[in-house]
Structure formats: C-alpha cells, structure tokens
Write a new protein. Sequence first.
Length: 427
Amino acid sequence: MPPENDAPRVVGTFQLLALGVNGIVGVGIFFVPAAVAANAPGFGTVAVFALTGLALLPAAFAFARLGSRFDEDGGPVVFARAAFGESFSAFVGWITYVSAFFSVAAVLVGLTWSVAPSLGLEDPLSRRIAALALLTLVTGVVASGLRLSAHIWTGLTVLKLTPLLLLLVAWMLHDGPVATPAPAVPTAGWLRAGLTAMFACQGFEIVPVIAGQVRSSARAVPRATVGSLVLSVTLYVGLAWACVVALPALASSTAPLADAAGVLGGVGLARLVAAGTSLSAVAIALGMMVTTPRYLSSTAAGEGGLWGLDRIAADGVPRRALAVTWVLVALFVSFGELGELFALSSLAVLGQFGVTAAALLALAFRGERGLRPRDAWPAPLTLAVALVLAGFGATAREALVAAGVVAVGAVVLGLARRGRDPGPPGA
C-alpha cells in the first residue's frame, strides 16, 4: 500500500525503535503499578511486570518474524491477508483498529484525569472537553506529515524517559529508611494483574504497521519490535521495584511514580516525574495517532479501496482514515471510563496477538515468504499467553463489550460490501 508517489522513506531504525518504546512507555506506567499491587502486593508487583514481559517476548518475536517479510504498511492486517485471504483480513483489520483506538482513548482519558486537578478541571464534562482538545491538537500534528511526526515522537521519547531514569538513579542511591515489602506469593489475582500490566507493556506491535515508510525495513522492523519490548520491560521492572520499596500502601496511590519519587528523591524529583509522565502520555498519543489510521487504510486496501480510506498522501499520511479515527476516538473519550478502556484495549490486543501467531503458523508451514516451520516457534507460546490472559483475566462485561464492538465492525464491513455489489445482471 504505497503512497501516491515514490516519495523517499523518512523513518530510520532509531526513529522506529523510539516509536516502539514510545508506544509502550506511556500513561499505563503512571497508573498501573498501583492497580497491579491491588492484585499482587509486595514484590508480587515486580514479579508480575517481569513475568508479563517474558510472556510477551514470543509475541514480539512473532511480529518481528512477519514484520521482516512484509515491506508495506498494515502489520497484522497484511499478515492475515497473506495467510488467510481478504475476508479474514478485513475482520482482523477491524480487531486491530479497535484495539488501537481503544488505546488512544484510554491514554487521552488517563492523561486528562491525572492533570485535571492542577488545571482546575473538577467536573467530568470539562475534563472530557480537555481530552477532546488534546486529541484534536495531536491529530493536527499527525496530519502535517510523517517526517515531522517522526522527529517529534523521537524527541518526546528521549525527553519522557529522562525523569523515569532519574527515578531509578534516586532509588539505587537512596540510603534512607524504606519499607520491607511483602514477598511475591502467587495468587489467583495474578492473572488479573497480568492483564492490567499488559496494558503497560503493549505497544511494540505498532512497529510493523508503518513498515512501508521505513528505510531497510527487513532489518529495522524486527530490531525495533523486540528491542522496544526488552528495553521497556527492563525499565518497568526497575520502576515497579522502586515503587514497592518506597510505598508500603502502593495499591492506594493515585500517582505511584510521582509518590515514589517524592520518597526517594524529594519534592523536586516528584514534580519532574509527574511532568514526565504527562509528557509521556502526549508522546504515546502522537505515536498511536500516527499508526492507528494505517490499520484502517490497510483494511480498506484489501476491500478494493473502501470509501477511499486506503489513500496515503505523498507525505505518508492516510488523511481520510485519520479523520475517521478522530471521530471514533472522540466518541470513546466522551463516553468511556478509564478502567474499562484499559481492559478493552488489552483484550483487543490479545486478539491481535492471536491472529498474528496464527498467520505465522500458516505461512511458515506453507513455506511462504521465505519462512520455514522452525520459524513458527513463537506462535504456540503467543497463542497460549493470549488465551490464558483473556480467559482468566477479563470480566464477563469486558468480554461482552469487546465482542460487541467486533460484531459491529463485521456488520459495517458487510454493509459496505453489499453497497458496492451491483447485484446480478437485470436486477
């Protein structure tokens, strides 16, 4: 799905790695340590982050293997098209698109709710209006071109990591009294905690989505996919450890990173970390608004250019798909609840993992795209993790809402196809 002309590719390996890290390190880490601690207290919080990262490594390798074989935008959508055909690819496209705009909405709602008190935004309506304004600003930046977006997301990624790294330094140098956390004792709540932690660890799957805009994508995509997960989980384990040591009542903290920074480094570091996490959310919203419309444009390309949504301008922006994405994200920002958006996003991404794993199995055992059966080793592990987390970590309401959104997508695609079908001759 190339752009409308042969414009040079503007995204390099470092920028792609920054996109992956930016996609992972976002608003989730600002909230999630407390939510994880509620189900896995003490060093169980640290263990959940480490185990979730290890559990997601096979998924990262699955995306990396397939990402190195497809030099075009779309990620899981084009994987499914090659493995299972157009009809299934359209269904996958909707699932991936749903997971992406759920995530964007969750990030924007989470950021707005976290900074609302300092801005004097007390009532829910004013907070949602602020989230819509931020969404519109980010969309405007993305619409200005991929080259500018790449420079901005790379710079913001470096900036937002700085206070988090300073918090780790403060933790390692701290010599004052600290609490003695409870040991890591596995319980039934760890599965729910794992689903929550997965929201903070997801994001590496966006790397192959812009492969068609990346220089030397066969090498850059797998390196950035796996590298971004490894770097981010390593950071998360350190941050979780610092929070557990610094905050005996971690589960009740509304801003665990800032609170831990206050204990370990003082008021100045706490303010810097709070500002850094807000910057982090803005950066991840930008990166996700770059990639999310490409799920839709890639799906439309397989549907014969559905409503012109497959069009990508010379500057690398699918503007029609971007406009539709703005509308859908705005709806969920206006009506969705933060906790529900976190869970729905995680469930949709688990579905995306499962589809990618199945595509890897099919293509490897058919010997297509230069793949061999031995290349499919990450697929069974990815499928197992997705099934366990989705089956035991989600509530019935969350599963029903996610299934309902997927069903709506199937109906929309069916109506769109019927509208293009001229019917039998003479009808």
